[in-house]
Design a protein around this ligand. Structure first.
Ligand code: HPA
Length: 270
């Protein structure tokens, strides 16, 4: 596995005239930020050795590398999800590649359903911790010590200093930032109202179908994470109305401008 990661990282390093400092993963509907990257160098996933392909709607499937707020970034425009049929290990392949390229901070974004009833559609939530409810882990199987230890800590996976910076950045740009626990599920079906009540009892504030494996792999290879959810809808049963992918995308588009402003301000501070 480490050889494959190295090969992919070498390919990216050959085509890039700089070393990215920040790895950025854009969630559903949050893709427009990739268009704002300056001096962009693009690598489509199929050009990168061993890189899986993205198939989720609205997820393009390319690395866009360049500068945001004068910081060198590598951005995944198009995320990999378990519901597409990707294994947890292949989902985290690009995270490990970013680490091997020299990335120092992983900035994850996602669309999520609001479980906490004090949240509103369109809110942003700083992820302070996660519950991996998928029943899977990207670390199952033989451990490659060249990547990370067999039993890795998760206590500080969501780096406290980065969370402080995100709060400051939100304050600076006047965008309210909620905080909470993200619960990651497999999908692709949305949850039932009973599942959402159960998740609330477990201590979750928002639910989504991504992120948890990426965080686990980042913690494993010693890459600090900052993660932000956009609450694109209230989770099932919070309001007695049906959920749809269209609602998720419509909110993401509506809130896209503030989201980009917040992410830019955060990147400035990293
Ligand atoms: N559930 C799961 N994933 C999601 C949701 C949701 O309500 N909204 C956006 N992603």
């Amino acid at each position: 596995m480490y050889q494959k990661i190295k090969e992919a990282a070498n390919y990216m390093q050959r085509i890039l005239p700089f070393t990215p400092k920040i790895g950025l993963v854009l969630g559903s509907g949050l893709q427009p930020l990739a268009q704002e990257i300056q001096n962009a160098v693009i690598a489509e996933y199929h050009q990168v050795p061993y890189m899986p392909h993205a198939t989720a709607p609205g997820h393009v499937g390319q690395f866009v590398c360049g500068y945001i707020e004068e910081q060198p970034v590598i951005c995944m425009q198009g995320r990999l999800h378990g519901y597409e049929g990707h294994t947890p290990e292949s989902i985290v392949f690009p995270i490990r590649v970013m680490r091997a390229m020299g990335v120092q901070t992983l900035l994850l974004t996602n669309a999520a359903g609001g479980i906490n009833t004090s949240f509103s559609v369109g809110d942003f939530m700083l992820i302070e911790d996660q519950i991996n409810f998928t029943g899977k882990s990207p670390l199952i199987g033989p451990n490659d010590e060249a990547i990370g230890p067999r039993f890795n800590d998760m206590t500080f996976a969501f780096a406290p200093d980065l969370r402080e910076k995100a709060k400051q950045a939100a304050h600076t740009c006047g965008i309210p930032l909620k905080q909470g626990v993200y619960i990651g599920v497999n999908g692709p079906q949305f949850e039932t109202p009973a599942e959402i009540r159960a998740f609330r009892t477990l201590g979750a504030d928002a639910v989504g179908m991504s992120t948890v494996f990426e965080v686990i792999a980042a913690a494993h290879c010693g890459l600090p994470v900052l993660a932000i959810s956009m609450i694109t809808n209230m989770a099932a049963g919070v309001q007695m109305q049906a959920l749809s992918g269209a609602e998720v995308n419509a909110t993401a588009e509506e809130r896209s401008q503030d989201f980009r402003k917040l992410v830019r301000e955060i990147i400035k501070m990293l």
